[in-house]
Design a protein around this ligand. Structure first.
Ligand SMILES: Cc1cc2nc3c(=O)[nH]c(=O)nc-3n(C[C@H](O)[C@H](O)[C@H](O)COP(=O)(O)OP(=O)(O)OC[C@H]3O[C@@H](n4cnc5c(N)ncnc54)[C@H](O)[C@@H]3O)c2cc1C
Ligand code: SF4
Length: 332
């Protein structure tokens, strides 16, 4: 039994600079129970009134960090103007978890690498320098892009794949003041410091996530491939947003989940699609660019071909969003 004290914060200034924040608790409490995280003090941030809203701002929409995943996915503005995000959120977890999970917490959830969750297995992310059990071990769910010889874990969020495609911006308040971080710069690749998932500093509070005006509401699709159709993390996921002009692609965004330590985007592939017809051949060529340098391990090399096919299929689905199956996740 590890004792900790529990405090309730009611203003941001009261909690900033302190550790460890408790939001929905859907990841943190499990980590504490399995002895994979520890805290002397848990500071519950749910009573801070400022960050629960989803509101219009001058150049887009701000998602409060404490708004739940469910309230975000079903918000009329998100459903109508950012359906890619709504669909990605609803592809994750279960209805019960989405009712508790917050937007800020979703960005900071930890990997689902089996060995990370086994306190007896060597794991550089959990105990730096102890080794990586996944590289020689069972690595079916692991990364194929951006890996290092220290860690091949993937970041498991669905929501964040859509946020990456939408070029979201994260608002952070910390002891040194406020700052904004582009989504692409928030999560990290493992390199030599796999223990760091992202660039949030100790004591910093995520206050909101800004979505730019462009929501790709006409041509979008989120495709999640997984071992079970319900209540499972992505083997591969793809968020695609297309803007068309006279039948050609004016702008393309493609982000992959389940393949790397962060949502994966490749500007060269999106630039390649500019001015092209939205057809299978062009999405296949873009997929080749995105997956350039992909490396498979003993049990997951199939993910390279699977990712290519998913990119092509999702590109075609983005051309006809009305044909999508419902994104809502069946209950567990
Ligand atoms: C069984 C199960 C299945 C799941 N399936 C999926 C899935 O398919 N797809 C998917 O995307 N997710 C899935 N999830 C993960 C779920 O989405 C996350 O657990 C959830 O989003 C985390 O949000 P939370 O508010 O509960 O975070 P918490 O657990 O409260 O916190 C997580 C971390 O974030 C920190 N934190 C929280 N808010 C802030 C803030 N505002 N500022 C700074 N730090 C903060 C906490 O200190 C903690 O370190 C699943 C979870 C479970 C338990
Ligand atoms: S892949 Fe990363 S998280 Fe998994 S065992 Fe290796 S170091 Fe740990």
């Amino acid at each position: 039994m590890n004792n900790f004290s529990y405090q309730k914060g009611t203003t941001a200034s009261e909690v900033i600079g302190k550790a460890t924040f408790l939001a929905g608790g859907t990841n943190l409490i499990d980590l504490l129970k399995y002895n994979l995280a520890s805290a002397d003090t848990l500071i519950d941030i749910n009573a801070i009134p400022d960050y629960h809203q989803i509101e219009e701002i001058e150049d887009g929409i701000r998602l409060g960090a404490l708004a739940t995943n469910a309230d975000t996915a079903y918000h009329p503005i998100i459903e109508q103007r950012y359906p890619l995000l709504s669909k990605a959120i609803l592809a994750g977890a279960s209805a019960q978890i989405r009712n508790m999970a917050t937007n800020g917490g979703n960005l900071l959830q930890r990997t689902r690498c089996y060995y990370f969750y086994d306190a007896h297995a060597p794991c550089n992310k959990r105990v730096p320098g102890s080794g990586c059990s996944a590289i020689p071990g069972y690595n079916r769910n692991m990364a194929i892009l951006g890996t290092s010889d220290q860690c091949i874990a993937v970041f498991p969020s669905d929501m964040c794949v859509a946020l990456a495609a939408l070029d979201a911006v994260i608002n952070i308040s910390g002891p040194a003041g406020e700052r904004k971080v582009a989504f692409a710069d928030f999560h990290r690749l493992p390199g030599d410091t796999p223990e760091l998932d992202n660039n949030l500093q100790l004591g910093e509070l995520i206050t909101g996530i800004d979505l730019p005006l462009k929501g790709f509401e006409k041509n979008y699709s989120y495709l999640k491939l997984r071992d079970r159709s319900s209540y499972a993390f992505a083997m591969i996921s793809v968020a695609t947003g297309l803007e068309l002009e006279a039948g050609l692609i004016k702008e393309a965004r493609i982000a992959l989940g389940g393949v790397a330590h962060k949502p994966w985007r490749m500007k060269e592939a999106e630039d390649y699609l500019h001015g092209k017809e939205p057809n299978k051949e062009n999405f296949a060529a873009a997929a080749d660019i995105i997956l350039e340098g992909a490396v498979g391990y003993t049990h997951n090399a199939f993910k390279i071909e699977l990712a290519k096919r998913a990119i092509i299929r999702n590109g075609m689905m983005a051309m006809d969003p009305s044909s999508h199956l419902t994104g809502a996740q069946p209950s567990a």
